[in-house]
Design a protein around this ligand. Structure first.
Ligand code: MEV
Length: 308
């Protein structure tokens, strides 16, 4: 049997901007997806998906998941018709929008296939396989989600014309809360809408991109100096820009508001937006608990985890 694991992720700075080559900062979180691969006894390919989920997520993503796994098989040169396998997904990462669920499962599946078929792939190749799989979920991924899922830790990620660049940033882990709107978002559609908006309002987007570049540069320094107050303030500023490009929604705004009112140092949407998750910076367990409880009081779910 082959086994693999992929981390969930949260984007602390730069979702959407990363698609246009601007640097983003993301972190793996403590929860992960696992995959077990074994040769199928009845000669048929089978997928058993035991991941916990936001209601409706798996059904909504089913055809994209099928496409994604096909792409991973193809990249790894495995023909499931000739060597049928049974893939079982599990782990403690809740399959939801905004937490890198698709990338975590792609990384886990690639690792498990690598082990079962003794392919001898290193992390770089696993990351390439996971990136192929991500294409099944959203046609033109930047690659940030699979990179965080494969390597873990806090990373600076830039998608360049000549490939991607990843740099690890060493920090002491910081407590965060991820608030879940319970809504599943469609990354392809939201990324497509941003592209259309950008084409319509080029001047406005140029200004927004310039402003984001300043935020990302300052955020990097703030992480290096362990300046938590500054990181939080910059997260709030990043959220404003995400509102401007039209990827927030009423449910995300409510979660951001609750987190800030209850003492979060900073809060913003994370990932695709228009549903999915909100990230709140809540150093120390007491503050983390306070913010998480305030979110749960509204009937929404909150994940207590850490970045770095
Ligand atoms: C999705 O987690 C992050 C986006 O920036 C898309 C991408 O980077 O591929 C919205």
């Amino acid at each position: 049997m082959g086994f693999g694991q992929g981390f969930g992720k949260t984007i602390v700075f730069g979702e959407h901007f990363v698609v246009y080559g601007l640097p983003a900062i993301a972190s793996a979180i403590t929860s992960s997806t696992t995959a077990e691969v074994k040769r199928s006894k009845d000669g048929k390919y089978k997928l058993i998906d035991n991941r916990p989920e936001t209601p409706g997520y798996k059904k909504q993503k089913q055809s994209q998941q099928e496409e994604s796994i096909k792409l991973i098989f193809k990249f790894l040169g495995i023909d499931p018709a000739k060597t049928p396998v049974e893939i079982t997904l599990g782990g403690d990462l809740v399959a939801a929008s905004g937490v890198g669920a698709s990338a975590a499962s792609c990384a886990a599946i690639a690792r498990a296939l690598n082990e079962e078929f003794s392919l001898g792939l290193d992390d770089e190749k696993i990351n390439e396989a996971a990136f192929e799989g991500e294409k099944g979920y959203h046609g033109t991924p930047s690659g940030i989600d699979n990179t965080a899922a494969v390597y873990g830790g806090l990373i600076k990620f830039t998608k360049g014309q000549k490939g991607t660049q990843m740099e690890k940033i060493k920090i002491e882990p910081i407590e965060i809360v991820l608030g879940n709107t319970g809504l599943t978002s469609d990354t392809t559609a939201v990324v497509g809408d941003v592209k259309k908006e950008k084409e319509k309002n080029q001047g406005e987007f140029e200004k927004i991109f310039k402003e984001y570049l300043r935020i990302s540069e300052q955020a990097l320094s703030a992480f290096r100096e362990n300046d938590i107050g500054k990181i939080g303030k910059l997260m709030n500023e990043n959220h404003k820009l995400l509102q401007k490009i039209g990827v927030s929604c009423k449910e995300l705004e409510e979660l951001v508001e609750i987190a800030r009112e209850n003492g979060a140092i900073g809060a913003k949407l994370t990932g695709t937006g228009r549903g999915g998750l909100m990230i709140a910076l809540t150093p120390e367990k007491t503050l983390q608990e306070k913010v998480a409880k305030a979110i749960e009081k509204t009937g929404k779910t909150a994940f207590r985890t850490r970045i770095g």
